[in-house]
Ligand binder design. Structure first.
Ligand code: ZN
Length: 535
């Protein structure tokens, strides 16, 4: 069979090569073999507009390119020679992807043969003032890439004063972890991010099986867990950095730049908590707190059954660190979404006092605040009052409950409170003390939150009456991953996963990866500058 390789490349494949082709093997370590003549350029020559491939890197890259094409011929021949009727499917599904991964590895190894991170024989030590980093030679290391594992040799330096050691290439590539300390091979950031995304979206065993399907050289279960946590902690550090900039010193406070193009009409924020099972025996459950922020375009409604306005640009913030941390972190998202510029801000939540006493911290001067007790929480309290008096699931109880809900929606809050008070008194007169107390406490609950029972006004203004967006968030962003049968968490592990899930659910994952890349480049440049002081 003939393969339609370009004549130029085909001509340069040595005759012996097609006889016994091997899967992509590591490139030769000597540059520009002395045997035979140097092949003419198989890679594009430098032109005025495109950056040139360094001359020193060319020989290894060209050798790799030739091997890749030889190898393609070999894998195609092998597949067709089986004579299977579904050879095309076999090629597309299996053979070509494997060839592509092997080819990728081959090119990467060829590239890094030239780029080893050598920066001279002596560098200033960034770890101490007086020492010097001395070049100790090139040391091997495995690197896990999207194409699988490659072997590289990179220049290695050790400080003669403090013992600090560094391989500049590891810093440049952003290799995760110390291979000597953990016994793990270094994962490139692209791989860490795939692993972290999978590990935060599904259970660690599920993520491990899933990654096995998409990466040629997948990490172990333990490593999936470790990388996910480390990525989550990196997101937390970024979040805490922003939080300090905004809240540490009110005189110099800087909030994230607003990313919204238009001024939101109405900002909405809803807050609630969810449970997570912990590993500690002394505290088997801990509550994470979550805030959802977004904007709506108000759409006035006549009945509660009409579709409520969609919440747009929803972002999720969650933490185990308590309500103050939650509100500060939510304040960052509030600024990022430009919600501080909305003329109206609606706040929804259940009756938990920790929520309502912090609401004003978010509201900016000139913003009209609308506080709304989540209608469905209100209904729960009405139902419990009805149960107390009429017994569970009785027809009179259901009718009473419906009538109270209608009063609330119609804005007849005084009549609603009177009805509840009357029911408590009736129970008392009948000598039913526990029932009277239970209904009385619901009565007090609503009386204290009278200003939040503004459902008629919300429907008329086109605002929300229920905090479905936070209920959904607690379930889908929080509990679906954290609170599953058999799962127990350390606080650090749960916080890391929760942080990543909030980022992904808020559509901020790519931005997170991008800012990690920028921070990496900055760190590497800082190292280069510090190290070249004395060089
Ligand atoms: Zn040193």
């Amino acid at each position: 069979m003939m393969i339609s390789l370009s004549g130029k490349i085909r001509d340069r494949i040595p005759a012996s090569a097609s006889a016994a082709p091997k899967p992509c093997s590591p490139p030769p370590t000597t540059r520009g073999s002395k045997r035979g003549r140097k092949p003419a350029a198989a890679l594009p020559d430098r032109t005025g507009s495109t950056p040139a491939i360094p001359e020193a890197a060319r020989p290894a890259l060209e050798a790799a390119a030739l091997r890749i094409f030889r190898n393609l011929e070999h894998v195609l021949e092998s597949a067709y020679s089986l004579g299977s009727p579904d050879v095309i499917v076999h090629l597309l599904d299996d053979v070509i992807p494997k060839w592509a991964h092997a080819s990728g590895r081959s090119i990467m190894e060829a590239l890094l043969l030239h780029e080893r991170g050598f920066m001279g024989s002596t560098l200033a030590c960034p770890g101490c003032e007086q020492g010097a980093l001395r070049f100790e030679g090139d040391r091997p290391r495995g690197v896990r890439t999207m194409c699988g594992q490659i072997k590289v040799r990179r220049s290695y330096y050790v400080c003669d004063s403090c013992g600090h050691s560094v391989a500049p290439l590891d810093l440049e590539l952003g290799l995760e972890g110390d291979p000597d300390a953990t016994g793990e091979l270094g994962f490139l950031p692209s791989v860490q991010e795939i692993v972290g995304l999978a590990g935060s979206r599904m259970s660690f065993p599920d993520a491990t099986s899933f990654i096995k399907k998409i990466l040629p050289d997948p990490p172990s279960l333990r490593t999936v867990e470790r990388i996910t946590r480390s990525l989550g902690q990196s997101a937390q550090r970024e979040r805490n950095r922003e939080r300090l900039q905004a809240y540490q010193d009110p005189a110099k406070s800087t909030f994230p730049t607003c990313e919204a193009e238009a001024t939101p009409e109405v900002a909405v924020v809803a807050v609630d908590g969810g449970m997570c099972r912990m590993r500690t025996a002394s505290e088997p459950y801990r509550e994470f707190k979550m805030a959802v922020a977004g904007r709506i375009s108000p759409a006035p409604r006549l009945k509660k059954e009409e579709q409520p306005p969609n919440v747009l640009d929803k972002t999720y913030t969650a933490t185990f660190e308590g309500p103050d941390a939650l509100f500060e972190l939510c304040g960052l998202e509030y600024a990022r979404l430009g919600l501080d510029r909305a003329p109206v801000v609606q706040f929804l939540g259940d009756g938990a006092p920790w929520i309502w006493k912090r609401v004003r911290d978010l509201v900016q001067p000139g913003q009209r605040l609308v506080e709304t007790l989540d209608f469905y929480h209100a209904c729960d309290h009405i139902r419990e009052a009805a149960h107390a008096y009429f017994g569970p699931d009785s027809k009179p109880g259901r009718d009473w409950q419906k009538a109270r809900q209608s009063q609330l929606l119609a804005g007849k809050v005084d009549a609603f409170l009177r009805s509840l008070g009357n029911l408590a008194r009736k129970a008392g007169k009948a000598g039913r003390v526990p029932e009277a107390e239970s209904i009385g406490s619901r009565h007090a609950y609503f009386r204290e939150r009278r200003h939040q029972l503004n459902y008629k006004q919300c429907l008329a203004e086109g605002l929300l009456i229920g905090s479905g967006m936070i209920e959904g968030g607690i379930r889908s962003v929080g509990k679906d991953r954290l609170h599953r049968t058999g799962m127990r968490w350390s606080e650090a592990g749960a916080e890391a996963v929760l942080t990543l899930r909030c980022l992904a659910s808020s559509g901020r994952w790519d931005r997170f990866c991008h800012s990690r890349a920028e921070a990496r480049a900055t760190r590497y440049q800082a190292f280069r500058q510090a190290a070249s002081r004395a060089a």
